[in-house]
Write a protein that binds this ligand. Structure first.
Ligand SMILES: [Zn+2]
Length: 302
């Protein structure tokens, strides 16, 4: 079917009122249209067909949903392969190609179109709105906003299906809500803030992976402290620092030295041995432990 034929078919479709004719014309379009970006853009067939997605007749609405989904996937695939072949060319502009795909075929498919078609081709970061996902799950706007925030955080650099992300996001929100005895209070807000912040951390893809793969279930996740959630790389760094500190402390005890800089408070002798140690956190001054070599008096200062 060329553009002219497509146009005349959709013009007939728009004039049709009885469901049998509508269904017949939609089936013709479904069978005959070879979905390319050029054809869809030129004929606006996607936009016209999409008007029937909420039709009372279930046969019509489900056919339309199927058609839109497969056309959109075809256009995305076309985009992706084009992008690959021109990857080295500086002329390729992902910004314009991304938006072109979404204007050619309406992005109204709430059920999601599978992982491949989403995320990568859109220029901005993914969120529930850009994925066409409904986050109005409750009467409470704060709870809905929390689900939306979790959604965008979980979606960072991910290509999981919108359905999967919304499922995980709402599970986490529900668990937090339950843990606060079904109240939206300050503790609820603080927890949500901490979880969304940690989940959307670009340096922490491991956390998103473990939560989205359910390696960490929602109930377990909401019990995690910021330290538990820290990226593996950061954890290793902390561990290394900790070991280093212990080593330094041990090293210090071996470096016990005698000096005449200190005076014993008891016998006033100046033959005092001492060592220094990190007794509190790393950024606080060292503590000096002194022993009088004459009378055995011990003291410390920092
Ligand atoms: Zn002394």
């Amino acid at each position: 079917m060329d553009a002219k034929e497509v146009k005349s078919t959709i013009s007939n479709l728009e004039k049709s009122v009885d469901e049998t004719t509508i269904l017949k014309l939609l089936n013709i379009l479904n069978d005959e249209v070879v979905p390319t970006e050029k054809l869809l853009r030129e004929t606006k067939v996607g936009v016209v067909v999409n008007k029937y997605r909420s039709h009372d007749n279930k046969e019509i609405s489900s056919l339309v949903k199927k058609m839109i989904r497969s056309w959109r996937d075809a256009v995305q695939n076309e985009k992706n392969s084009k992008k690959k072949s021109t990857a080295s060319s500086p002329v390729s502009t992902p910004a314009s190609s991304g938006s072109a795909a979404s204007t050619t075929v309406p992005n109204a498919d709430k059920s999601g179109s599978g992982p491949a078609a989403n995320g990568k081709t859109f220029t901005g970061p993914r969120n529930a709105k850009s994925d066409g996902v409904n986050t109005t799950l409750y009467d409470n706007p704060t709870r809905n906003a929390s689900v939306g925030a979790l959604y965008s955080s979980l979606a960072v650099e991910r290509d999981d299906s919108p359905q999967h992300i919304i499922t995980i996001a709402s599970e986490i929100e529900s668990e937090v809500f339950k843990s606060e005895y079904s109240k939206v209070n300050d503790a609820y807000r603080n927890k949500l803030r901490s979880f969304t912040m940690n989940l959307r951390n670009k340096k922490n893809p491991e956390l998103r992976e473990r939560v989205l793969s359910r390696q960490i279930g929602a109930a377990q996740f909401i019990k995690m402290t910021p330290n538990d959630m820290a990226p593996e790389a950061l954890k290793k760094e902390i561990e290394k620092l900790h070991k280093q500190n212990l080593f330094d402390a041990q090293g210090a005890t071996e470096k016990r030295a005698v000096t005449d800089r200190f005076t014993c408070g008891k016998c006033k002798h100046k033959k005092v041995s001492y060592y220094q140690m990190q007794t509190r956190s790393a950024d606080e001054p060292l503590t000096t432990f002194c022993t009088c070599e004459n009378c055995g008096n011990r003291w410390k200062f920092s």
